[in-house]
Design a protein around this ligand. Structure first.
Ligand SMILES: *Cc1c(COP(=O)(O)O)cnc(C)c1O
Length: 586
């Protein structure tokens, strides 16, 4: 320390301010001369080009370095190294996969799996009429109706007995009749032509207004109807990108969302050229880790997303904290209540949780700028209907498509589609006003009650509580569970799923962590006791299976094994392509 002091004191300090300025000036002029010498030594033209080149390189490097630092700051040093390692790993393995002997082997296995998918999906029958081409002459109404019945009876999952997770959000037979009548009356309606169908315009406006009301929107609240949750998410993504561009000049937009966010957000980022940062969950609550969201916020962030609740685990993110971040950094916040729809919005009113306070997730939180709600899920409207809501019309305007100079006339369209099936909207309107607030409150109470019954059984029943663990603390209509860590070697969750499947139950498979979930619908309520019984017996069987046979024999486990490892994730992608191709094979 003493030595250090001595050294400092031995430097001769300038005696006056004048001396300092002279020193600086002479430094600058010598460097400037040196720089000019390097650039303009031979000719002015070459010198200028060299200067431009170097400024460009410096700018490029500056950007790259700030990008790298933003990533390191956002994901932490270890997190960034892990990401880099994963990326390197993936590219090495995708190269290895192209080596001929390996490629041949993988191709062969893929082909076999895709064939399996085809046999299970492409249900056909000699007795069915086949139409790979238009029939030369149309066929009679009677034969068409007969054919429709036959097609409906192809072997399929038993949804009508409530044994399928989610998928069919049935509002009752009487409602189906009403919806069919609404469809019949408005079969030709198209919202693209409000002058031709003024009644449809009024109904659509009222649908948006009714849903805004149940999500406690302010006076300025507004929105539009869409074809489904995915379109609502695409639009909120698009609107956020445009809003960020218009108001903050952001040209490299980024979105921050929990890993549990619906794939529709991935799709929005992929379609609209945005970088998506997926944030890990708090290991206790399974809500998005707020501190990690905060670290990832930067000048390019155009949107934060939370779910109420999310699809995989049925957990409502900590929207109150997300709202605070959104306000603090002045960034729009979207709440995906597509699945929660008429369940979360009625939790409070239905008092289904007694005195337990319900966390806030709607427009009452000042940071929330948009919410998506699927009327075609727990709203029981016909499939093909969802609502995207905004806090104000400045935000909504950013989702509009406007073309005033089109040769076909001045054109404007509020959503992704051009023409839209008005009949579906009418079906939605009829459903909402048929149920009313009381109807939805009642349906919320019954569905959530049944869900809580399943939840408490999972927690207390001897076998279930020994082997399985509920993911987080779900309070809506979805329960997800995984194998307890201590029992990991005694039972495989996908094997359990397959066993349940053989008993007619369709649980959804989850990954990272491996789990199963069930979304309860009105159809499930009467079969909850059976569900519990089969869950207990299947758990016992799954344990037995591991005792007698040490290898996992489940198809689902095999498939998720493939998808889960970095080495083979490219293969999983090809499997999905194969599945999608199968959809269009005649
Ligand atoms: C269902 C769902 C969506 C939207 O899905 P669509 O199939 O397009 O209606 C979005 N978010 C969550 C959480 C969902 O469960």
């Amino acid at each position: 320390m003493n030595q250090l002091k001595l050294k400092f004191s031995s430097i001769e300090a300038p005696q006056s301010f004048d001396e300092v300025t002279t020193l600086i000036y002479s430094l600058i002029s010598t460097t400037k001369l040196a720089v000019l010498q390097t650039y303009f030594g031979d000719s002015k033209l070459w010198g200028s080009l060299r200067l431009v080149r170097d400024i460009w390189i410096a700018y490029f490097l500056y950007n790259k370095i700030t990008d790298i630092f933003t990533i390191i700051w956002g994901y932490g040093l270890i997190g960034s190294i892990k990401r880099l390692w994963r990326a390197i790993n993936a590219s090495i393995f995708s190269f290895v996969m192209t080596l001929p002997p390996i490629k041949r082997k993988v191709d062969k296995e893929l082909e076999a799996t895709i064939e399996k998918i085809e046999t299970s999906l492409m249900q056909n029958d000699d007795k069915l009429l086949q139409f790979p081409k238009l029939p030369e002459e149309g066929i009679s109404k009677e034969s068409i109706v007969e054919e429709l019945d036959k097609l409906q009876h192809l072997k399929h999952s038993d949804w009508n007995n409530g044994r399928v997770s989610g998928a069919v959000y049935h509002g009752g037979e009487e409602l189906l009749d009403l919806q069919s009548e609404a469809y019949h009356k408005y079969a030709v309606a198209n919202q693209l032509h409000p002058d031709v169908f003024p009644g449809v315009r009024k109904m659509e406006a009222e649908i948006v207004s009714m849903v805004l009301d149940i999500f406690n929107a302010p006076e300025t609240g507004c929105g539009s109807t869409t074809s489904g949750g995915t379109e609502s998410l695409l639009l909120t993504g698009l609107a956020a990108r445009e809003y960020g561009k218009k108001n903050k000049g952001i040209i490299k937009p980024e979105v921050i969302a929990p890993v549990t966010v619906h794939a529709g957000i991935d799709k929005a980022c992929s379609y609209f050229g945005m970088t998506l940062h997926k944030v890990d969950l708090d290991p206790e609550t399974y809500q998005v880790d707020i501190s990690k969201v905060k670290r990832l916020i930067n000048k390019n962030t155009v949107l934060l997303v939370g779910s109420a609740p999310n699809y995989p685990h049925g957990i409502i993110d900590n929207i109150e904290e997300l709202s605070k971040l959104a306000l603090k950094y002045n960034i729009p916040l979207h709440v995906d209540a597509c699945l929660g729809s008429f369940i979360v919005s009625f939790l409070e009113r239905s008092k289904v949780h007694g005195d337990r306070p319900i966390p806030k997730f709607d427009f009452r939180l000042p940071g929330v700028t948009s919410i998506s709600c699927d009327t075609h899920k727990y709203g029981f409207a016909p499939k093909g209907s969802s609502i995207i809501m905004y806090r104000n019309s400045k935000l909504r305007e950013c989702q509009y498509y406007i073309s005033s100079s089109w040769t076909g006339g001045m054109y404007g369209s509020p959503t992704l589609a051009g023409s839209r099936p008005g009949a579906l909207m009418v079906g939605c309107w009829a459903t909402l006003v048929k149920f009313g607030k009381d109807g939805y409150e009642e349906s919320c109470r019954r569905i959530v009650d049944a869900t809580m019954q399943l939840k408490s059984t999972l927690k207390t029943e001897e076998t279930l509580s020994k082997y399985l663990e509920i993911i987080g603390d779900p309070i809506a209509s979805v329960i997800a569970f995984k194998v307890k860590e201590s029992e990991a070697t005694n039972i495989n969750i996908y094997e359990l799923g397959d066993l349940l499947n053989s008993k007619g139950w369709h649980f959804a498979a989850l990954q990272n962590p491996a789990g199963l979930h069930f979304a309860l619908t009105r159809l499930t309520i009467p079969v909850v006791p059976e569900l519990i019984e089969d869950l207990i017996s299947s758990t016992k069987e799954a344990v037995q299976k591991r005792v007698s046979n040490n290898t996992v024999t489940s198809d689902t486990a095999a498939m998720y094994g493939v998808a889960g490892s970095v080495q083979t994730s490219g293969v999983a992608d090809r499997l999905i392509v194969g599945f999608l191709d199968t959809l269009y094979k005649v």
